[in-house]
Design a protein around this ligand. Structure first.
Ligand code: FE
Ligand code: FE
Ligand code: FE
Length: 166
């Protein structure tokens, strides 16, 4: 008979999903920083790489709180999102004036996936009574949301520059 699955199992599985995703994002961010044209965008990606290192540590702490060892589970979504960024932006728009706009769009797709996952995980951690995990997940969720809004600001500032140049 199939094992009865619980919200605890789902929380653990989803934690593995985002752990896998974060480690892939950590590898992608230096490539995105290298690809970016503008200094500001490069700096934004480098800053987020450092934050991502901490986020991975926070996830390891969450695993510890629920008595599990840190382990990833293949996340098809993040692989697809990162692959799309590499193929349709970094390759197809390399050395084009639209490159940075494309990189920001690709990075925001990543942040939105993370925001969806951390929002859910935080809610489930609350329901399951994992108080310490809630705090850790909230810290990262706020960081991802801030990154997303910083990227929007960068995108707007480029749009303004373009308009001024016309
Ligand atoms: Fe992250
Ligand atoms: Fe996933
Ligand atoms: Fe992020």
């Amino acid at each position: 008979m199939a094992q009865v699955k619980t919200l605890d199992n789902l929380f653990h599985d989803t934690l593995k999903d985002i752990y896998y995703a974060e480690r892939h994002i950590l590898k992608a961010l230096p490539k995105m920083a290298k690809a970016a044209d503008s200094k500001d965008l490069k700096a934004a990606f480098e800053k987020h790489k450092k934050e991502t290192e901490k986020q991975i540590e926070r996830l390891q702490a969450v695993f510890e709180h629920i008595g599990k060892k840190p382990q990833g589970k293949k996340c098809e979504a993040i692989e697809g999102i990162l692959k799309e960024g590499e193929e349709s932006i970094m390759a197809d728009f390399a050395s084009s004036e639209a490159l940075d706009a494309g990189l920001i769009a690709a990075a925001q797709a990543v942040e939105h996936y993370e925001i969806a996952r951390y929002g859910t995980l935080q809610r489930w951690a609350t329901m399951l009574g994992h108080e310490d995990a809630v705090k850790l997940l909230k810290t990262t969720l706020d960081e991802e949301s801030k990154t997303d809004s910083d990227l929007t600001k960068l995108a707007d500032s480029y749009a303004n520059e373009e308009a001024m140049a016309d």
